[in-house]
Design a protein around this ligand. Structure first.
Ligand SMILES: [Ca+2]
Ligand SMILES: [Ca+2]
Length: 333
């Protein structure tokens, strides 16, 4: 009888140790889902935590535009994934090769004295030197939407363009200041390829930031500068990025759940975020700034996009819990 009891104790201890080991493994797995990539040519994604943010700029922010207000609180209730970088030429080329998609064949480019629409310019020939690892440019909103639709079809995962609220929330990376990086505009050159003193050498008449990022008139390989607090690269500069939403001239009536406020194709007016290598006005590098595009068919040599994707239930269960305070993006009112 005593032997049987000892056996029970040993078995119970083994069971307990097994459960503890299982719990530890689950904790380890939970801590692992910070990045996702669904195929070798798919964009690398990083997990953006749930949280909340006052989207838009406060009334006293220098250089603010009217379309950045009124600031309103958004709650991102569920973590989601977002491209760590802008979509590259190689990634877009994989889509075109597999699908036969016919992308835009005209583009706004610098022609030596001004920026103008030029027939025949395209993502393959955007009038600036590029490698496969540079961001794809000269793609319209419709081209970007076609790309994410193809990703949905080939991966079975819910890819889409980021909503305006998602983009600003993710691009801020937990910051609340006018610029989503420390030190103000003079430090922007550490975080992205912007209209800088290098660009001024290419086009002396341009107004530029007072720092040097080493790149003049053109793009650079994605991920070349410091990431933000969520691990996103080039949310400052390199290329502007298409947003899913319809453009509204103010935020009056915008949804509070982080979803897109209609689609650009619904209203015929699109917009983009983050500034680019050729945009030199201080205001464009602010986290709340957005740039209206007359049509979803617009294209420009400094305009590309990044993707967003909803996380699957099994992935959501592995998202690590949020460090205290990082999710909060509400300004003191
Ligand atoms: Ca630059
Ligand atoms: Ca960018």
């Amino acid at each position: 009888m005593a032997a049987i009891c000892r056996l029970k104790v040993v078995l119970s201890l083994s069971l307990l140790m097994g459960l503890l080991a299982s719990c530890a493994l689950n904790q380890q797995n939970k801590a692992q889902l910070r990045a996702v990539q669904d195929c070798p040519t798919c964009p690398k994604l990083v997990v953006i935590p749930a949280g909340h943010l006052d989207v838009g700029s406060p009334l006293d922010e220098p250089d603010r535009d009217l379309d950045e207000g009124p600031a309103y609180q958004v709650t991102i209730a569920v973590p989601f994934a977002m491209g760590a970088t802008e979509v590259t030429r190689a990634q877009f080329a994989a889509f075109v090769k597999a699908s036969g998609y016919d992308a835009a064949r005209q583009c706004m480019v610098w022609t030596g004295s001004k920026i103008e629409m030029v027939a025949g310019r395209s993502w393959q020939d955007p009038a600036i030197p590029q490698t496969d690892q540079h961001p794809v440019v000269c793609v319209s909103w419709r081209d970007a939407v076609a790309y994410v639709a193809w990703l949905r079809k080939t991966t079975g995962k819910n890819y889409r363009l980021p909503s305006n609220a998602e983009w600003e929330y993710a691009a801020r990376g937990g910051t609340l200041s006018a610029y989503a990086f420390p030190g103000g505009e003079g430090e922007a050159c550490a975080y992205g390829n912007i209209g800088d003193e290098t660009a001024k050498r290419d086009v002396p008449a341009w107004r530029t930031a007072s720092c040097s990022d080493g790149v003049g008139l053109g793009t650079i390989k994605v991920g070349s500068y410091r990431p933000n607090g969520y691990g996103l690269y080039d949310t400052v500069g390199n290329v502007w990025e298409w947003i899913a939403d319809c453009y509204h001239p103010t935020y009056e009536g915008a949804p509070n759940d982080g979803s897109a406020w209609g689609l650009a194709s619904d209203c015929g007016v699109a917009f983009d975020r983050g500034g680019g290598f050729s945009n030199l006005i201080q205001g464009h590098l602010r986290a709340a700034n957005r740039s209206r595009a007359p049509s979803p068919d617009n294209t420009a040599y400094s305009l590309g996009f990044r993707v967003a994707r909803e996380l699957m239930p099994a992935e959501l269960s592995q998202v690590p819990s949020q460090p205290s305070g990082r999710e909060s993006g509400t300004r003191v009112r």
